[in-house]
Design a protein around this ligand. Sequence first.
Ligand SMILES: NC(=O)c1ccc[n+]([C@@H]2O[C@H](COP(=O)([O-])OP(=O)(O)OC[C@H]3O[C@@H](n4cnc5c(N)ncnc54)[C@H](O)[C@@H]3O)[C@@H](O)[C@H]2O)c1
Length: 381
Amino acid sequence: MGVTTVTDVRHTVSVDGPTVRASDPLSVLFQSEQGGHEQVVLCQDRESGLKAVIAIHSTALGPALGGTRFHAYASDEEAVLDALNLARGMSYKNALAGLEHGGGKAVIIGDPASVEQGGVKSEELLLAYGRFVASLGGRYVTACDVGTYVTDMDVVARENRWTTGRSPENGGAGDSSVLTSFGVFQGMRASAQHLWGEPTLRGRRVGVAGVGKVGHHLVAHLIEDGADVVVTDVLDASIDRVRVRFPQVTVVDSTSDLITGELDVYAPCALGGALDDVSVPALTAKVVCGAANNQLAHPGVEKDLADRGILYAPDYVVNAGGVIQVADELHGFDFDRAKAKATKIYDTTLAIFERASSEGIPPAEAADRIAEQRMAEARRS
Ligand SMILES: NC(=O)c1ccc[n+]([C@@H]2O[C@H](COP(=O)([O-])OP(=O)(O)OC[C@H]3O[C@@H](n4cnc5c(N)ncnc54)[C@H](O)[C@@H]3O)[C@@H](O)[C@H]2O)c1
């Protein structure tokens, strides 16, 4: 079953990475320096047990787009905070992906396992959630995220026209990892162009940590481009799949072995928080560019990378292939059209590096500024 992940990018409070910004929901909601949120909907359906939060950060560029996270939060406040932070992240991600979409996100509160398996997910609950999405009349477009799958979106879509990330049998685009990895590869080519003057990884040693859905496809792009690839993964099945298809790839035991070995490029493609106070000083690579969400473990890591002369391609910019795919699905999915859009991640990443260089700021900050500019221009017009 394909998983279409439209995940957050910045300032997550709980699931993806360790970045925690303690704050109460109302102050986050109205925080003016970050633009505040347009609308937050608290949803409850007593019959099915649904408890959900839909947060719309911005519709400046178009209907808010972002996935539905299903998670057993420690408290309702934490769930609201997560929705708020994830929705804001999607505004930035969608703006930089060049989409006509603002940022939004929903969270469903509870164990995402099915009722039969002891969780709370049921068809009735998903249909009730779909009716809440419908009630927003298109201001919010949903998709999969952690804890929700294409089969869930197929159910949610029965109640509204604003659900993407469905299965191909139901008009959806299916697995997003193909375009996500393609976008990461474009970001890596842009990094090579910026640093070494050539948009290719040919002859470079690239380390991929995590060869699951995205990492595996990324290895294929790198091999085709002539890179020397090293991988690591905690799952034998993931490693075996790479070994069979690409016997020339080197396998190492751990991420720590990977990053301390001689590398030109490090591609975190597993979990969030890969770049922290331990890993950054140990890195031998000159470029970090990977699919994992929330790679920066805490604010300030982007500066540590810059101080070490390591070029960081912001995660939410280079992993936007998935959201580009689900956005395309709204118009009847066309793989070539979506791929053409994902190709532009190359230009966007390059523009971010150029702005970072000219303004003397880390690329992560330059990316935020470009996104904010696009949203401000849209609001003015
Ligand atoms: N799938 C998408 O379209 C998409 C889109 C945007 C962002 N992302 C992000 O990219 C990352 C990878 O996504 P995916 O869909 O390939 O997930 P996946 O679950 O298919 O693959 C992740 C792989 O990482 C491995 N892994 C886990 N912990 C590890 C560790 N400590 N060291 C080494 N390997 C480890 C797993 O065994 C697995 O093989 C995630 O952070 C995800 O949020 C994915």
